[in-house]
Design a protein around this ligand. Structure first.
Ligand code: ZN
Ligand code: MN
Length: 476
């Protein structure tokens, strides 16, 4: 029964664009402004003007840079750009938008009909993009115990909303789509990939062709799979009990890991969209789209294909390298200084493992390209074993400095710098008679145990291959 459950998932993702100023006024865009602040903290309601406060009589103007960033992103996912597009007022009543409407696009979005390709378990799958439109971010509401605060700094941050068709069949596919989308946005440089708030997704999910439920405001790329998995099980259990799923909006709570009903979903007609008379029609002409197309860098899919072909990498390794643009760049530079195999292993596996452990991107880690290349080179020259070199890398991240300084400071053991290896091996063979006997009886595991003992005794100053060779020589 449960195998027959079909799921349909569609996503609406809001991306905060990183133009210097807001979408309809000249106020600095907090996304960019805050990133340049020393303590990253911004006083509430300091980046505002009559327009983004929504005061009566204020007049908006469309930021041309926002149109460019939105168009570039739309082109990168293969969308068709509208010849003429305009803004509309989405009417609603809530203190996060004091003029009581959000300026957005409804009837004619900026772009339509694109696609994003995913690797799902070694298979390619295309997720169709229905539309991409521009709109303003509302203010931020802060609910305290006895009162509520409003911060209008966020009001007017330029957003694009990227809406997919309901093409995702599992929560995992939804995560893969979001990760791929984030990657494309990072390559394009149109948003702040280090900010969790830069990407917010509403997810629509229905099972067995039933009513769809919308889950609001899932932040970043990490929560989506969890939120949808929870919601899928909740709906499946409800159906099992004979409960009909109603069309509603629910809120994901990452702390408790559950979704809660917010309201029964309003239809688009309830917002009473009307044409925004204060703003001009936007004409994205051929000349602009041609220029923007040229500005689009090599995107992850193309880079992955090129890496596989040019460097003879496996699909998995190429995927791992391109997942972070700076690591892909590092790999290409490193491969000119060390072997491709070593560059790939160190950038695509060891470095990524270390960064993941610290929950950092390459840029956030403070590592420099030349430090990484120097480290890989010293491993390649057999100055350090792989175990020691990896330990050096971890310390490089901790201390934010180069490999030579780290190696000196923590007195890391150099290969071949361990004195009389032969007598160490001899001693260990004598001390581990049982393992030796087991090995002679055919146990490969026992040999590995002895290799481990030698590496341990020499504090990694002997690599696994050398240790193995010495042991076998001595047991001959
Ligand atoms: Zn303003
Ligand atoms: Mn929206």
């Amino acid at each position: 029964m449960s195998d027959e459950t079909t799921i349909m998932i569609g996503l609406e993702t809001h991306v905060q664009l990183n133009s210097n100023t807001k979408i309809f006024c000249g106020c600095p865009n907090p996304v960019v402004y805050t990133a340049n602040l020393k303590n990253k903290e911004l006083e509430p309601n300091t980046l505002t003007c009559p327009t983004c406060l929504g005061l009566p009589g204020s007049k908006p103007r469309t930021n041309a840079k926002v149109v460019e960033l939105a168009t570039k992103t739309s082109l990168a996912v293969g969308c068709k750009i509208a010849d003429a597009t305009y803004f509309s007022r989405k009417t609603y009543f809530y203190p996060d938008m004091s003029k009581n409407f959000q300026t957005t696009q409804f009837e004619v979005p900026l772009a339509e009909k694109g696609e994003v390709e995913l690797n799902v378990d070694e298979l390619k799958k295309k997720i169709r993009i229905r539309r991409i439109h521009m709109e303003e971010d509302p203010a931020k509401i802060i609910h305290e115990k006895d009162y509520t605060l409003v911060d209008y700094n966020r009001s007017g941050i330029p957003l694009i909303e990227i809406v997919t068709e309901p093409d995702m069949k599992t929560p995992k596919e939804a995560r893969l789509y979001l990760q791929k989308l984030a990657m494309i946005l990072e390559y394009l440089g149109v948003y702040d990939s280090t900010s969790e708030a830069a990407l917010k997704t509403d997810a629509n999910i229905s099972i067995n062709g039933g009513n769809r439920v919308e889950i609001k405001n899932i932040t970043g790329t990490k929560e989506i799979e969890r939120a949808l998995s929870y919601e899928f099980i909740r709906q499946k259990n409800a159906v099992k009990r004979g409960v009909v799923i109603v069309q509603e909006t629910r809120q994901w709570d990452p702390t408790t890991g559950i979704t809660k009903a917010l309201r029964t979903k309003e239809s688009e007609a309830d917002y009473g969209y009307i044409f925004e008379p204060d703003l001009n029609v936007i004409d994205v002409d051929k000349k602009l789209t041609e220029r923007l197309k040229k500005e689009i860098p090599e995107l992850p899919d193309d880079k992955e294909k090129r890496f596989i072909k040019a460097y003879k990498l496996t699909q998995k390794m190429a995927e791992s390298l391109v997942a972070e643009k700076d690591i892909a760049d590092l790999f290409e530079i490193a491969s000119k200084n060390v072997s491709v195999a070593n560059a790939a292993t160190w950038c695509g596996i060891v470095l990524k493992k270390t960064l993941n452990y610290n929950n950092l991107t390459f840029v956030q880690s403070g590592l420099k390209q030349e430090w990484m290349i120097e480290l890989i080179l010293s491993y390649e020259k057999k100055e350090y074993s792989d175990v020691i070199a990896e330990k050096i890398l971890r310390k490089m991240v901790d201390d934010k400095c180069d490999s030579k300084t780290v190696a000196k400071k923590y007195k890391f053991q150099k290969l071949g710098d361990v004195g009389d290896v032969d007598s160490i091996v001899k001693k260990l063979i004598g001390a581990n008679k049982k393992a030796v006997d087991d090995y002679k009886a055919g146990s490969e595991k026992s040999l590995n145990f002895l290799v481990g003992q030698v590496m341990r005794e020499t504090k990694g100053g002997v690599d696994a291959n050398t240790a193995r060779k010495k042991i076998l020589e001595m047991l001959k």
